[in-house]
Design a protein around this ligand. Sequence first.
Ligand SMILES: C[S@@+](CC[C@H](N)C(=O)[O-])C[C@H]1O[C@@H](n2cnc3c(N)ncnc32)[C@H](O)[C@@H]1O
Length: 244
Amino acid sequence: MTQPSPPKDQLFQTPANGDFRFDDKTAAVFDDMIARSVPWYDEIQRMTGEIAADFARPDTSLFDLGCSTGTSLLALDPIIDPAVRFVGVDSSQEMLDKARQKLAACPSGRAFDLVQADLHQTQVVENASVVVMNLTLQFIRPLYRERVIRNLHQGLNEQGCLILVEKLTLGDSLFNRLFIRYYYHLKKRQGYSESEIAHKREALENVLIPYRPEENLELLNNAGFRHVEEFFRWYNFSGLIAVK
Ligand SMILES: C[S@@+](CC[C@H](N)C(=O)[O-])C[C@H]1O[C@@H](n2cnc3c(N)ncnc32)[C@H](O)[C@@H]1O
């Protein structure tokens, strides 16, 4: 079912008042914001679905950690066995309210469990064949990331998979600078002005903390994943698949 077009993101036309937050203002424009801010967002959703469909098993759960407005759950619904339980987790009630609205229009009749939880505090994953964590680990404070990944590894069944998409920083300062510049070119092509880009960068500075590719790989290997591979890369954005 087609969803109405999301309102346009104009949040950073004026300087942000403090750190970036997933509040009601962000939730209202989030779908437009993410589609214009993440390279190949639709293709990432498609690949997430393609991979998830191969690992999802009946009578297990598929978790979407940081499900935001439910876009991935909605995209996964038609391609995943109805006997797989769908659980969306997010700390922001405003984002979950949007997700609830969108998912209510879903024609399949699948029950979606939407859980408000802070991944810093709560271990939510159990009996899972698939965990999707797209563009969310980067918002978890670095001190907690190892525990979060270990917990979700524990809650995955054998042969279950984690799909992890993250923005990256790079150890090599030349490439890091270049890739950030290319990313800002993308944002300009998507209609954001230089001041909007700068205001958002400032707002995200203390909140979105990207890891280097090798740090993410280390997290997954240390947690005990047996197979880890990059399935998507665009400059400073990466998608990883990890199988238990
Ligand atoms: C960039 S969005 C994720 C986008 C979404 N996965 C997608 O593909 O459309 C990050 C989400 O993570 C959520 N989030 C941030 N910190 C969190 C935490 N500590 N616990 C749970 N959710 C969190 C935010 O509320 C937000 O909805």
